[in-house]
Design a binder for this molecule. Structure first.
Ligand SMILES: [Zn+2]
Length: 425
């Protein structure tokens, strides 16, 4: 029972209790947005099924789908009912109108820039890759790279830039997606850059940006293994180590949009120097630059300084495969640190699945049986099975697909959620 005084403090006005959830929070999206998202996720679906899935009346779904058809976001598709060939009326299904909008998604990285153009239903129209020399770009260099890549992929798609509705851009590093700010990135020499606004002014198109690990997570959520999962983690290992986390079918970004930096969680006090400037980060033990740094010292490769990291890594991998003990122990040690990182993810989040993704996943020493056994030993012991680990060694186009998904969300939410409601969120 509460002390009397605390009740008296409230006077006539009652404070209430329970969480103060705004009227239109993320989990309570406008019904027309829920209907659109249900149709988009299903591919093709009858109206009555939409009503069932959302637990609302068929009449309200009919009203909303009529609106969505009128504004050109979805369309009716006739399909023969199963087993009724030629007889009876064909069923009317709803689907996203693929030609309603087109968006571009791109990933800027150390080794290459990649881009895709997809239609409103998520179908790939064109893609392109531009290799580059590693190292940070100045802001004008980055803008020029974005513009060149966009024009090239537009030309492949046979589209003018003005025919796109939005562009999604992914960069490695610390990115505040909501504010459109790149706080720090290994591919940009400046810090705290309002990349979304600057690129938008340059391209004359709406631009949304995100951390590249969040984009690979979005790609899994929209197109891959994460479509049917409420909670899962994607850990990316390549030039850096990143993580994206989906909670209740949505990317979790943290209060300032800078959360989930698994690569910069500390695994060693006063440990190895990380690219972020701090010491002992997980990334400083398992990212490609860390492996190349180890190789240079342990295998006495000082004469190979100046060679690209990819060449050094390939060579290190070949040595390990050929039985070189020093090369093997470099991968083995990196695998042990990866096990520490993954067990921490399991202990913190209890995910349904962990996906390991990125170029580096070709180096199977990193996730050898020993690594998984070590991860299991470090995870809390409950007698229940650990979450499955899947390895997805997909290329950079996957990341660009995630950037396109970000742009697709931006476009559909801009249409379906009026500014008034967005402001209240
Ligand atoms: Zn760091």
């Amino acid at each position: 029972m509460l002390p009397k005084a605390s009740l008296e403090e409230t006077g006539d006005g009652r404070r209430g209790c329970g969480p103060l959830i705004p009227p239109l929070s993320d989990s309570l999206r406008p019904l027309r947005q829920q209907v659109f998202e249900r149709v988009r996720a299903a591919g093709l679906i009858p109206r009555v099924q939409v009503a069932k899935d959302l637990g609302v009346s068929p009449a309200s779904v009919t009203t909303i789908t009529q609106e969505l058809i009128e504004v050109g976001l979805i369309e009716e598709v006739s399909a023969l009912r199963e087993g009724e060939q030629g007889r009876g009326r064909p069923a009317v299904l709803l689907g996203v109108k693929a030609g309603a909008h087109r968006v571009a998604g791109m990933k800027l990285s150390d080794r290459e820039h990649t881009a895709v153009i997809v239609d409103f239903a998520g179908n790939l129209i064109a893609d392109d890759v531009i290799p580059r020399r590693p190292g940070p770009m100045t802001m004008p260099e980055m803008l020029a790279a974005i513009e060149t890549l966009l024009d090239r992929v537009c030309a492949k798609a046979g589209l003018g830039r003005g025919e796109l509705s939005a562009v999604g851009i992914g960069v490695p590093g610390f990115v505040d997606s909501v504010a459109g700010m790149v706080m720090w990135s290994s591919v940009l020499s400046d810090r705290a850059v309002p990349l979304a606004a600057v690129a938008q002014a340059r391209l004359g198109l709406p631009v949304v940006i995100d951390n590249d690990a969040n984009l690979v997570t979005l790609a899994e959520l929209w197109f891959g293994a994460g479509r049917g999962l409420a909670d899962f983690a994607v850990v990316t290992i390549e030039h850096g180590v990143g993580m994206g986390y989906v909670i209740n079918h949505r990317i979790y970004r943290g209060t300032q949009g800078l959360g989930m930096e698994l690569g910069h969680t500390k695994v060693q006090l006063d440990g190895a120097l990380c690219r972020c400037g701090q010491r002992g980060c997980l990334e400083a033990y398992i990212a490609d630059y860390a492996l190349a740094r180890e190789a240079t010292t342990a295998l006495n490769w000082t004469h190979r300084e100046g060679q690209s990291i990819s060449v050094l890594l390939e060579s290190l991998y070949d040595h390990a495969k050929a039985g070189n003990t020093a090369a093997r122990s470099i991968f083995r040690r990196a695998g042990r640190y990866l096990a520490v990182g993954l067990s921490n993810v399991i202990n913190l989040f209890d995910p349904a699945l962990i996906i390991l993704s990125g170029e580096r996943m070709r180096y199977d020493y990193l996730y050898a049986q020993e690594t998984l056994a070590e991860m299991e030993a470090l995870a809390i012991q409950t007698g229940r099975p650990r979450p499955p680990i899947e390895i997805h060694a997909w290329g950079d186009l996957l990341w660009a697909h995630g950037a396109a998904a970000l742009a697709l969300s931006f476009v559909s939410e801009g249409i379906l959620v009026p500014a008034r409601e967005l402001a209240a969120q």
